[in-house]
Design a protein around this ligand. Structure first.
Ligand code: GLC
Ligand code: GLC
Length: 814
């Protein structure tokens, strides 16, 4: 069953059936104002923080799944038939339905009764507003009298409160209507200095701002009474549920097209200029009127849309590849990079699976996201690094999450996820390699946002490493704390009461349970920090980090090796986790990936054995599972991991996030064929043909695909916001294709499938465009570089002399 197809030239996915297995969404906005939009116009918008500044309302876990959005209705005033050109909410059988999900925009179109409607939704760069531009064409032979209604439901800013506190909220709603613009001002009278506005380019026949007047009692969004009768009520919301709806009447001649623009935006006023006149309670609109006027002009809209397209052209132009495999090209050149921007911006906060209320920015997650994002907008990566490091604690530990709006660590979940601090080193190293901006290391950064506690960023990295060394367990391996990368391996929790948090309910001292995964990560991070120190001429420090890495490497060999693979952990009793001695959960993916990535066992048989075990036991046609055998029951000493039924999530699901660790490890072991095979198994474009089973969007990665123990083996869930995006991008671009930024220059180290004849890449790195052509001359991974016609030793292209902006590199692979 096909639900659509890729248009790589336009960088779009064109959905041609509205009833996709799940809502297939897109993000509009890539700076401070964001919207989620599904293929049937569902979704909502927020400014910076999906919980604290939510503009429009959305109801999660609804039936139908996706309901509430940016809905437009069209009514034929003669026949009184009305429909929605985005299919939802009226679900009429329109012809030629399509939703084009593009880079920061969505275009939803359909034709009904010879009326063609096409709506472009996007957020102009640099603005805190979104445009809906509806172009409506009469394809019939006679003049048509039409009504167009817009609709949105305002959220009362704090999404948590909005969804729960009705005894208050049914009394607080307020709006103003001026010149056809609807202003939503709930709580503006007291402590808020922000409001929302919803404007329309046409002369209005009417408007509505009170939901239940617009819909009518006992009616839903599929048949609002105002639309049905063809006339708004001009309702003014006071309390209850404020909405925004404009009514425009149109006479469309045969063949005529009209454009109607709607603008929905967020605006803040200076605290002392909130009201106009100052002694009134009326919103001061002087700050926003010019902006509204500007964007109601179709020419401005066109220019803004063109700028958005050029922006993406430029951002994606930094890494463009041509390989023999279209799924690779499409993901690398377009969608995987695009998804990396989304995960960078939204972290794990707001998708159709993340409610925008729970998690803010994760320390671990956001550091990893940098791996896929840093080359696109390095200035923003820098800012993020400083924000993250500012939440670090003086112990070197880190808050697990922080709220993007306040940038403060989240006390509910706290710290003690013992892998967290190490991710900072990995994130910063990626930034330094990409940008060469060493000044960031000297930037003063506070601990826990306390002023006066500022220390150079470099010291934060040192403390991150020390944090692990200060917390070693009985075998000399790192103590795990609440959990490591696997949030659900809770070895110190022993939770036996429903509703308790698996992560924060701790009733063990935490002095016994150790993580081999963190050990691998430590070796990796210590070597990164050693390289950084060396670059700065701090040789003593560099040596000590190398020694620490060496020592941990040994400890892993002695206490972290199970014979055929790396162990996962020791539990609170000192028993092995992820060992052949275990009844269930004998082998885990994480340490096989990260230990090899850190270089452990590459010089002898260990790495190879571990990877072969993964291949034999964990690999499925749909990707590599987290562990095997799945846990068939709940284990008090293991925690949340065993709470999921077998095959789902952390209990033996295919966590796409750590598949790339194995992919990278395979390239390090020189196995291009196996690495690429794994890569394709979870590549969403390659899975498009099994869309009915996969169910999630074919253009972005999902966090999880159900493992072989699940009835729905192969079904994806939780698309978009996952570390999968960054790690897969990192794996394919830097390890399989092997174009890797280093401190000395751009490294070329492809480990590609043996049957590929070659590929070419354009990579802009530190202001220089490298045109790299790789040609296979033999089956192996041996490299010979010819730079601008001259043979070159080694596999790193040195930085060209100042002023040179183009370098041609021929690579012979044998
Ligand atoms: C989720 C979390 C991530 C964690 C992973 C495994 O994706 O966002 O931080 O590492 O689950 O539990
Ligand atoms: C749950 C999920 C895990 C996620 C965590 C975030 O434990 O299974 O994937 O990382 O919640 O708190």
């Amino acid at each position: 069953m096909s639900y659509g197809h890729f248009d790589d030239k336009k960088r779009e996915y064109i959905i041609t059936k509205p009833d996709t297995p799940l809502p297939w969404i897109n993000y509009i906005g890539c700076e401070e104002y964001f919207g989620i939009i599904s293929n049937t116009a569902g979704g909502y918008s927020f400014y910076r923080d999906a919980r604290l500044r939510r503009l429009t309302r959305y109801r999660y876990n609804n039936a139908p799944f996706d309901f509430g959005g940016r809905y437009i209705y069209i009514r034929d005033n003669s026949s009184r038939i009305f429909w929605s050109p985005s299919w939802q909410p009226t679900r009429h059988d329109a012809e030629n339905y399509s939703c084009r999900q593009g880079m920061g925009y969505s275009i939803i179109s359909s034709t009904f009764k010879s009326i063609r409607a096409e709506t472009l939704y996007f957020v102009p760069l640099g603005e805190n507003l979104e445009i809906w531009q509806l172009s409506i064409t009469n394809q019939s032979k006679k003049t048509r009298q039409l009504s167009v209604f817009s609709s949105i439901e305002f959220c009362l800013w704090d999404a948590q409160d909005d969804a729960t506190n009705f005894q208050r909220n049914f009394n607080t709603g307020q709006v103003e209507i001026e010149d056809g613009v609807i202003y939503h001002k709930t709580e503006y009278r007291e402590r808020r200095d922000h409001f929302a506005y919803f404007a329309c380019s046409e002369k209005l026949a009417g408007y509505d701002t009170q939901r239940d007047v617009f819909l009518g009692a006992y009616r839903g969004w599929n048949a609002p009474i105002a639309v049905e009768r063809g006339r708004s009520f001009n309702s003014v919301a006071h309390g209850w549920a404020p909405i925004g709806s404009h009514h425009v009447k149109l006479n469309l001649k045969a063949g005529e097209t009209r454009i109607i623009t709607f603008v929905l935006g967020y605006q803040e006023n200076p605290k002392d200029k909130k009201f106009d006149p100052p002694d009134s309670q009326t919103i001061n609109k002087q700050t926003v009127r010019p902006l509204i006027k500007k964007y109601l002009n179709p020419i401005t809209v066109r220019t803004a849309f063109d700028s958005l397209r050029s922006y993406w052209e430029k951002v994606l132009g930094i890494y463009q590849v041509q390989t023999p495999n279209k799924h690779t090209d499409r993901m690398v050149n377009i969608w995987n990079a695009y998804q990396c921007m989304a995960t960078f911006n939204i972290s794990r906060s707001a998708s159709f699976y993340e409610s925008g209320i729970g998690r803010g920015l994760g320390f671990r997650d956001s550091n990893q996201d940098l791996l896929g994002f840093v080359h696109m907008v390095p200035e923003r990566a820098r800012e993020r690094i400083i924000d993250l490091a500012s939440t670090q604690l003086e112990t070197g530990g880190a808050y697990h999450q922080y709220q993007p709006l306040t940038k403060r660590g989240n006390n509910d979940i706290g710290s003690d996820f013992n892998d967290d601090p190490l991710w900072l080193i990995i994130g910063v190293a990626a930034y330094l390699k990409e940008t060469g901006d060493w000044s960031i290391l000297d930037t003063p950064v506070p601990y826990d946002n306390k002023s006066g506690s500022e220390k150079p960023l470099y010291e934060h990295l040192e403390r991150s490493l020390k944090y692990t060394l200060d917390r070693l367990g009985p075998h000399g391996l790192p103590l795990i704390g609440r959990a490591d990368w696997n949030d659900c391996l809770n070895l110190n929790c022993f939770s036996d009461t429903p509703g308790q948090s698996f992560q924060t309910t701790t009733n063990k001292e935490g002095k016994v349970a150790e993580s081999v995964f963190i050990a691998g990560m430590f070796v990796f991070a210590a070597r990164e920090l050693a390289d950084i120190a060396e670059q700065r001429g701090l040789n003593t420090e560099a040596d000590s980090y190398c020694q620490a890495a060496e020592q941990m490497d040994n400890t892993v060999r002695v206490h972290g090796w199970d014979g055929e693979w790396f162990l996962r952990a020791y539990d609170d009793f000192g028993n092995k986790v992820g060992s052949k001695e275990c009844k269930e959960g004998k082998i885990f993916i994480e340490p096989q990936g990260f230990c090899v990535l850190a270089g452990i066992g590459l010089k002898d048989e260990l790495a190879k054995k571990a990877l072969d075990s993964v291949y034999k036991i964990l690999a499925t046609p749909h990707g590599i599972m987290l562990h095997q055998p799945a846990f068939s029951q709940y284990y008090l000493n293991l925690g949340e991991i065993s709470s999921y039924p077998p095959g789902y999530k952390e209990n033996s699901g295919i966590f796409c996030h750590n598949n790339p660790w194995i992919i990278i490890a395979e390239t390090m072991a020189g196995n291009g064929d196996r690495a690429f095979d794994y890569y394709l198994r979870i590549n969403p474009s390659a899975r498009e043909k099994i869309g009915k089973l996969h169910r999630c969007e074919p253009y972005v990665y999902a966090q999880m695909i159900a493992g072989k123990d699940a009835p729905a083996h192969g079904e994806a869930k939780n698309s978009w916001l996952t570390g999968t995006a960054a790690w897969n991008y990192f794996a394919i671009t830097q390890y399989i294709l092997g174009i890797r930024p280093t401190y000395k220059g751009l490294m070329i180290a492809p480990v590609i499938p043996s049957e590929w004849e070659g590929f070419s890449v354009n990579r802009i790195f530190q202001g220089v465009q490298y045109n790299v052509t790789v040609k296979r001359e033999g089956k192996g991974n041996k490299i010979e570089l010819i730079i601008d016609g001259i043979r070159h030793q080694g596999n790193i292209i040195p930085k060209p002399p100042f002023g040179v902006t183009q370098v041609a590199v021929q690579v012979l692979l044998s």
